[in-house]
Design a protein around this ligand. Structure first.
Ligand code: NAD
Length: 272
């Protein structure tokens, strides 16, 4: 396989959930730049408009479009997948990436008890929402991807998990870790089930990346310092740094990879 063939995604039909910001936006950019057609599914209507306009203005008009949808709305998500298949002809790769934070952890980055992060004080509806979006939303996304990819003989599903699936974080909200741990298990199970249909399912497990998650929390000095201290590289990552792995998992280069968990965390989880 030539280098060009190995990483060729030109003409592929791609969906990115949560692609209006952060890591998801990086997935959109690399796919579009490499010649794919991308539909972004995101609940942030304004963010979608800006992202599509900016990427279009960067020289790829017509390669990216969007549908406003909340991944926890099962019917709306299924309809969105059907709309993408109608417009783009098929669905080759799906990034199940949409996710949110879970509020404060039980400790602040300075090591104090957080009044709203205790297991007996955190709002119960926060638990429900995080599980609905970060776990059930991924389930629904994989389900719709499988439904379409079975019709066309295969595809790639790439899920954004987190190192928090395996490493406990005292300053990350309690619901986040179990939701991501569920995602990891779901990816392995889906990989086993869907391999027979030519559908490869993998997950990317990022450590700390500077995005807008938690209201851009990682841009605050104390939070940033806490995460920087965990990284073997002494810094948190830029979303640009996830593009290579995203392209690898969506392209022929990873044709024998399924059920894998690709950690990209500057070595942070080695300290955890
Ligand atoms: N930033 C990090 O340090 C980090 C680390 C590990 C894992 N992650 C994971 O990466 C993924 C992307 O997060 P990010 O850091 O880029 O955050 P971000 O807030 O910058 O982007 C998340 C995007 O998802 C969208 N979204 C949120 N809830 C949604 C819903 N219910 N339906 C549709 N869209 C929804 C948001 O509108 C936003 O555009 C998440 O799954 C997150 O858990 C992030």
């Amino acid at each position: 396989m030539s280098l060009e063939t190995m990483f060729n995604v030109a003409g592929k039909s791609v969906i990115v959930t949560g692609g209006a910001s952060g890591i998801g936006r990086a997935y959109v950019e690399i796919m579009v730049e490499c010649g794919a057609y991308v539909c972004i599914l995101d609940c942030d209507q304004d963010g979608l408009g800006q992202t599509v306009a900016q990427i279009g203005a960067e020289g790829w008009p017509g390669r990216v479009w969007s549908i406003a949808v909340d991944v926890s709305d099962r019917r709306a998500l299924a309809n969105a997948f059907d709309a993408v298949a109608r417009k783009q002809g098929r669905i080759d790769a799906v990034f199940a990436n949409a996710g949110l934070d879970a509020g404060p952890g039980f400790l602040t980055p300075e090591g104090e008890r957080h009044p709203l992060g205790q297991i007996d004080s955190m709002p119960e509806d926060q638990w429900d929402r995080v599980l609905d979006v970060n776990l059930t939303g991924v389930f629904s996304t994989i389900r719709n991807a499988a439904r379409h990819m079975k019709m066309t003989g295969g595809g790639r599903i790439i899920v954004t998990s987190s190192v928090a699936a395996r490493v406990n974080e005292s300053f990350v909200g309690t619901a986040y870790m179990p939701a991501k741990a569920g995602v990891d298990h779901l990816v392995r199970n889906a990989a086993m089930e869907l391999a027979a249909y030519g559908i490869l399912v993998n997950c990317i497990s990022p450590g700390p990346f500077i995005t807008n998650i938690a209201g851009g929390r990682l841009k605050n000095a104390a939070d940033r310092a806490a995460f920087e201290a965990q990284s073997l590289l002494g810094r948190i990552a830029d979303p640009e740094e996830i593009k290579g792995l995203a392209l690898y998992l969506a392209s022929p280069a990873s044709s024998y990879v399924t059920g894998a968990q690709m950690t990209i965390d500057g070595g942070s989880s080695l300290r955890g």
